[in-house]
Design a binder for this molecule. Structure first.
Ligand SMILES: *Cc1c(COP(=O)(O)O)cnc(C)c1O
Length: 391
């Protein structure tokens, strides 16, 4: 068999993946340690190491591993006592988890629009959406770029309500030097394999409030005080409160510990890719009327996403198709929740979220993961730069 290309058949390079988890080295070793041990269930040595790492990275008093960011948000909703009749303000431009964690408690997500530059909640729109029933604001830091978090916390404090940060994108990011995930009473992290570091499926609840931390441990452990028992603070554990099983197994935690040890290396490579896109795509963007992802002063972003805003929805599909023809996977996302079937049924939208709809129709996310090599990044830059607006 000849490996020469057959006449008339274009040889295509290997596909450039949009995202891919990176095996950083010690995942198998740590998994083997758990498998050789008599303890595979949660809250063993690897869980403790992963939470200690999260506490050190962020400075929060409590970091509880969960099976997902979605579960961390659900745990937050339980801790806030959300129930029927309560309202929680959240962005329309976000993943479903932000809203479904509210709705699953019987509370009502109230959808508010985002700013067009950071894609974070519009503070004035949040203010206008508050009612006597509002119990909390769920904030998303899109791409790990801070929403107007200080203003949102001040607004929440004025109204005596809580802020929960959905910080799925923002691990390691900072606003004016302070880590994202430390501004609200509670914050949720994700270790899904599309996020910066991963254990396949996984998450964490960061807890900034000592009183809530005690209750969070109980709710997470099926309503028992097993966490206190494991620390030797009580000699048996019993049913204390409502709860569920919001802890991952040691197998999951072992993979997360391996990933956390490589976090700096992963972040350094992500930033190299991100910086190249920003630098090398700027001339093309200026000529084509494309807006590149904007990171305002004061942010240390985590290089979680790199996006462009195409001039029109036709260019969004045109650019994705153009890249697809060259085996480069680029995606759009977040069908605004306010206009989704469940959003209409379970939520409330005081004012149409026009920015969310506009951005959803124009955003294109480029491949960004630490496994991309320089040739792949060059291929993406060349392919994007060759795209001409269809307008
Ligand atoms: C990924 C993501 C989630 C969900 O994370 P899981 O760990 O898969 O539950 C929630 N919110 C946002 C903003 C996300 O990007």
């Amino acid at each position: 068999m000849s490996s020469l290309p057959r006449p008339g058949v274009r040889r295509t390079a290997a596909p450039v993946r949009f995202t891919a988890p990176l095996r950083t080295g010690r995942e198998q070793e740590y998994l083997a340690q758990v498998l050789a041990s008599p303890m595979w269930h949660g809250d063993g040595v690897f869980t403790r190491r992963a939470s200690a790492w999260l506490r050190e990275l962020t400075g929060v008093p409590g970091a509880l591993l969960t099976p997902s960011c979605t579960h961390a948000l659900e745990l937050a909703a339980i801790l806030l006592g959300l129930g029927p009749g309560d309202e929680v303000v959240c962005p329309s431009f976000t993943f479903t988890s932000t809203a479904t964690a509210i709705a699953v408690r019987g509370a009502t997500p109230v959808f508010v629009d985002v700013r067009p530059d950071t894609l974070g909640l519009d503070v004035e729109a949040v203010r206008a959406a508050l009612t006597p029933r509002t119990k909390a604001i769920f904030v998303v830091h899109y791409g790990g770029v801070a929403a107007d978090i200080e203003d949102l916390v001040a607004l929440a404090d004025d109204h005596g309500i809580a802020v929960v940060e959905d910080n799925a994108h923002g691990l390691g990011a900072r606003w004016r030097g302070r880590p994202l995930g430390t501004f609200g009473a509670l914050a949720a992290q994700s270790f899904h394999d599309t996020k910066n570091i991963t254990c396949g499926e996984g998450g964490a609840l960061l807890v900034n409030d000592a009183v809530m931390l005690e209750r969070a441990e109980v709710v997470r452990e099926k309503g028992t005080d097993r966490s206190r028992f494991l620390r030797g603070e009580v000699d048996r554990y019993t049913w204390q409160d409502v709860g569920s099983s919001y802890l991952p197994s040691e197998l999951t935690a072992a993979v997360l510990v391996a990933q956390s040890e490589a976090f700096d290396r992963v972040q350094a490579r992500r930033h190299e890719v991100w910086d190249r896109y920003a630098r090398e795509l700027a001339p093309w963007a200026a000529k084509q009327g494309v807006t590149l992802m904007h990171v305002p002063e004061g942010n240390e972003h985590p290089a979680h996403v790199f996006y462009v805003l195409a001039p029109t929805p036709e260019d969004q599909s045109g650019l994705i198709r153009h890249l697809g023809e060259q085996e480069i996977s680029a995606v759009f996302h977040y069908q605004p929740l306010d206009s989704s079937p469940a959003g209409r049924r379970l939520g409330r939208t005081p004012v149409p979220c026009t920015v969310s709809a506009d951005v959803a129709g124009r955003i294109v996310r480029l491949p960004l993961h630490p496994g991309l090599d320089d040739d792949e990044v060059a291929r993406v830059v060349d392919a994007v730069s060759a795209y001409r607006s269809e307008a």
